[in-house]
Design a protein around this ligand. Structure first.
Ligand SMILES: [Zn+2]
Length: 381
């Protein structure tokens, strides 16, 4: 084959870049030494089993690419069954990961016999660490609620909102303003006349509703409710990544470190609907938030980052497709959750503790141990 000079130059340039891009995509975050753990960032992809992330990787980066969390150095596997059911809901699994206890489906931060159990986030708050929750669902939804409140049923969102404004959690970002407005306000989902935004402000929270207000925050506590219901996950609304970056910078001002829980809430919803393209997009948005957390953790050196899910949704498998990911055929076993074991990806000091196979209640216990928090799990009422 005859190559003219110009083609040859193109070819050389191409060959220089291809291996670089390839190895970049494959590269792992390194195993970190025994630095002291100051901060924990826990990122939960609701309903995101191993296949949800594999399929998203193939779709956007090809089978040899990597999502950001797939580059994390330590991987464990977690079982997710509830106290009363083989297949969990988000309330029981959220409670397990937050409080270190097995409970029944629908229960939030409570034992099966209705005693409140302290969450890891609350334990961190109680020792003076800054704390935050960032989600794309209503802030009163099951996963965020499990880390911050205690109710017998996840459906008690009015009560969850009430507990949230008394929680002393520094950053609360998500949707669900409708549960914070008094019943006579248009769009309110409350049956009573409580104005919880006013209560939050009385308790020291600065209330914001849009991206631009983030610059005006001048308080130790922020309540950011960006929609009446769940987030749209489309601009101009701030993205999960933007909110995660903001929360990290804000919480890092605390003197004793911080605990942040971030949830890509809507991966689960797209799986319930068996909508693969919408699900890929939600995993990618979640992956962007993971990237923000890892960027901070690499620089900081004292931050443990954990990425996992509460359960798998849809019983998803990859049936076939094109090798380059341009086409991918998915089959769903159901429109519900499954019992598939869930990967736990970790990076940072103490990450190695999260290897192996364990129950989802161990996640909370391992985080407490990592921070030197004694007496956990703990029944508080
Ligand atoms: Zn869930």
């Amino acid at each position: 084959m005859h190559l003219n000079k110009r083609t040859l130059i193109y070819l050389i340039i191409l060959l220089c870049f291809v291996p670089a891009v390839y190895s970049e995509n494959q590269s792992q975050y390194p195993l970190v030494n025994n630095n002291k753990i100051r901060n924990i960032i826990l990122l939960i992809g609701d309903g995101m089993g191993a296949i949800q992330s594999s399929a998203t990787r193939i779709r956007y980066f090809g089978p040899d690419g990597r999502l950001e969390f797939e580059k994390m150095p330590v991987i464990g596997l977690m079982n997710t069954h509830a106290a009363d059911k083989l297949v969990t809901d988000s309330a029981a699994s959220g409670t397990a990961m937050a409080c270190g206890i097995k409970t029944n489906c629908k229960e939030i931060g409570m034992t099966p016999d209705n005693h409140s159990a302290l969450s890891i986030l609350e334990a961190c708050r109680d020792i003076g660490m800054f704390t935050g929750i960032v989600v794309t669902s209503r802030i009163t939804h099951a996963t965020p609620a499990a880390f911050s409140t205690h109710v017998v049923s996840r459906k008690e969102e009015e009560e969850i909102a009430k507990q949230l404004v008394e929680s002393g959690i520094n950053v609360l970002f998500g949707g669900g303003k409708d549960y914070f407005l008094p019943s006579d306000t248009s769009g309110s989902k409350r049956d009573d006349n409580l104005d919880l935004i006013k209560t939050a402000e009385e308790n020291g929270y600065q209330f914001i509703e849009d991206d631009t207000s983030l610059d005006t925050v001048d308080s130790k506590y922020i309540l950011g409710l960006f929609q009446m219901k769940e987030l749209t996950t489309f601009a101009p609304e701030p993205s999960l990544e933007t909110l995660t970056r903001y929360a990290i910078n804000f919480l890092n001002k605390g003197e004793k470190g911080f605990f942040l829980m971030v949830e890509g809430s809507q991966i689960d919803w797209e799986c319930h609907d068996n909508k693969k393209e919408a699900m890929f997009r939600q995993v990618l948005l979640f992956n962007d938030a993971v990237k923000a957390a890892l960027e901070f953790a690499v620089q900081d050196g004292n931050t443990l980052v954990i990425v996992t899910a509460d359960h798998e949704t849809g019983g998803m498998i990859i049936k076939d497709g094109e090798l380059d990911g341009s086409k991918i055929n998915i089959s769903w076993a159901s429109g519900d959750h499954s019992n598939a074991p869930i990967p736990v990806y970790s990076f940072g000091p103490g990450a190695i503790k999260f290897t192996g196979m364990y129950d989802n209640t161990e996640l909370a216990k391992k985080m407490a141990e990592s921070l030197g928090i004694q007496d956990f799990p703990k029944i508080i009422q």
